[in-house]
Design a protein around this ligand. Structure first.
Ligand code: ARG
Length: 579
């Protein structure tokens, strides 16, 4: 419908633009939007205001001549000028009903695949080896995965890149400590407590000179490709990723082993990249280190800021790895878009990396590099989310607590579910609540982790939306063997619900374009609210409801349930028949 109206407007503009006073570039900016308020019709455009300058006429006058020249169309029942020169379009109720029917019959619920699929590399999750997943990894994992699902559903070729921190000088110490533990406890030890492992390794390194010497030796051996050190290193990586995979599975996150593209993958490319930058004069030697000066980044004194890409001792940095990595993604993976889901504090780092890559021609201008930053997760006290003793909150503990809280909630509700179903319901609500709390806010802001809020059955929460779905399914269980009929819009509650349903594809497309899952959350929340309102205002199964009305309303219920399921599914959240 939106496209149809945009085309009508375009035709009308070309009629009034015979002398070509309107620049072609302005014509590409024609946009029609869904209105927020029924009084303004179903769609509106502000194009008359935008044409006011080139046509040297007042917007209302332009709006009028656009309306006069608008081709007639059976789907449009009325067109009006509003305010300073908005044009409001009213869509025929029959056309709305027809569009709903089409949407309902379409397994993709009206969401088209993109005409030109892109190769999109999505860098997300990226935890570090032998460390507990920190809060920013949780955010990156959950938000990144929702965007991945959406981009993939829209038909793009998505490459998940789990850029794990699996390289660096700390590995000498970790290998030496793993060796020590294995000697004490035998192979096959459980490394589930990374925090303790890392801390103890560090303690040994700081207090035991013999250990420290060995650790430093192992770094050199590892970098030289020594087989024993490689094996020990691989063990550490595997043990970490086995643990993390359990968390991904528990979180219903789509990452798997084959998505791991850690820092170590780029090792062999680092000397080549540094040499190339040196040869081409993009990097210079400065007091033994290799440095890139970028005029666009200046220090306090106004001098170009130097970015070290190889240290005096020959070591490479996080920046060097990311340069090689971006080059690889652009040139080897042939990415059209590269998205980085990292916290906002890595902005400067990424900008530096990208500036170097662009300058060196490693990433062509046609490739879009996008930082999708997110804010911090805060506790209820407004301070960074920490355990009572000030440690990092383990993701595993958060999920355990979510499940135990949901178990208590369900007990209070005297649920009649079987034990097996109950387990699934507890999982879906608990995981859904934790994920949704993160997804529903604009990711760029900090957010406050609040159990009571995220587990509430009212408000913009996963349990509320999951409940809206189950409630619809309950209607169908109660209705028994029923038929879905043609949808007829007979009142405002139905009309509002219908229009919201038709806006589903726009909500999903917006998430793909803006990498903001909260736009889809808002949509689903508003849809659920409109559904609840419709459900209160429009009796469905009562005896005095005529059959055709009943069947039309059931069709609206059915489509709403489908959209809720698909929409929440794209966010990585499960729904259930009963809860
Ligand atoms: N491992 C990093 C961290 O823990 C995140 C990596 C993000 N991706 C990247 N290409 N730098 O903060």
């Amino acid at each position: 419908m939106k496209e149809l109206i945009e085309n009508l407007i375009k035709e009308s503009i070309s009629t009034i633009n015979q002398d070509g006073a309107i620049a072609p570039e302005l014509l590409t900016k024609i946009r029609v939007d869904r209105t927020k308020d029924r009084a303004h019709g179903d769609f509106a455009t502000n194009i008359a205001m935008m044409l006011s300058k080139p046509l040297k006429k007042n917007p209302r006058e332009i709006a009028q001549s656009l309306i006069d020249n608008l081709p007639k169309d059976e789907h449009i029942s009325k067109v009006e000028i509003a305010g300073p020169g908005f044009i409001n379009f009213f869509v025929n109720k029959d056309s709305i009903a027809k569009a709903l029917k089409q949407m309902s019959d379409d397994p993709r619920l009206g969401i088209a695949k993109v005409a030109n699929p892109k190769t999109i590399v999505v860098d997300y999750s990226a935890p570090n080896v032998a460390k507990e997943m920190a809060v920013h990894h949780i955010r990156s994992t959950v938000i990144g995965d929702a965007v991945v699902r959406v981009l993939e559903f829209l038909g793009n070729n998505v490459i998940r890149a789990n850029h794990i921190g699996d390289w660096g000088t700390q590995f000498g110490m970790l290998i030496a400590y793993l060796e020590k533990k294995e000697n004490e406890q035998g192979a096959g030890m459980d490394l589930s407590d990374f925090e303790a492992f890392y801390r103890e390794a560090k303690e040994c390194y700081d207090s035991d000179e013999e250990f420290a010497v060995k650790a430093r030796h192992y770094v050199v051996l590892l970098q030289g490709g020594d087989e024993y050190c490689r094996t020990m290193w691989k063990k550490l990586v595997n043990m970490t990723m086995v643990q993390n995979q359990k968390l991904y599975d528990r979180l219903d996150v789509t990452l798997s082993d084959k998505d791991i593209m850690g820092e170590s993958l780029y090792n062999d490319m680092l000397p080549v990249v540094v040499q190339d930058l040196l040869d081409r004069g993009i990097a210079v030697e400065d007091q033994g280190a290799i440095v890139v000066y970028l005029p666009q980044f200046k220090n306090k004194e106004g001098n170009p800021l130097g970015n070290i890409i190889r240290k005096k001792d020959g070591g490479y940095l996080y920046t060097t790895t990311d340069i090689a990595c971006a080059k690889y993604r652009a040139q080897t993976l042939n990415a059209d878009r590269i998205l980085y889901f990292t916290d906002s504090r890595q902005q400067q780092h990424l900008e530096t990396v990208w500036a170097i890559c662009r300058k060196a021609g490693y990433v062509a201008d046609s490739v879009s590099l996008e930082h999708c930053p997110f804010g911090m997760m805060l506790g209820k006290d407004g301070k960074p989310f920490k355990t009572r003793s000030g440690g990092t909150v383990k993701l595993r503990d958060v999920l355990d607590e979510a499940e135990s809280r949901v178990t208590t909630l369900l007990e209070q509700r005297n649920s009649t579910l079987s034990n097996e179903d109950k387990k699934t319901v507890i999982h879906n609500i608990a995981i859904g609540a934790v994920k949704y709390a993160d997804l529903c806010k604009n990711r760029t802001t900090d957010y406050i982790f609040d159990w009571d809020q995220m587990l509430a059955f009212e408000g913009n929460t996963a349990p509320y939306l999951q409940y809206a779905y189950s409630r619809i399914r309950a209607i169908f269980r109660k209705a028994g063997d029923v038929q879905l009929g043609n949808i007829k819009i007979t009142n405002e509650a139905e009309e509002d619900l219908a229009n919201k349903l038709l806006a589903f594809s726009e909500a999903v497309e917006n998430v793909g374009a803006k990498t903001l899952p909260n736009l889809l959350c808002n949509y689903i929340f508003e849809l659920s609210n409109l559904f609840m309102h419709f459900y209160e205002a429009c009796p469905i199964l009562k005896d005095d409801v005529a059959d055709d009305v009943k069947q039309s309303r059931l069709a609206l219920c059915d489509l709403t349930a489908k959209v809720l399921k698909q929409g929440l599914g794209l966010l990585g959240i499960n729904v259930m028949e009963q809860m």
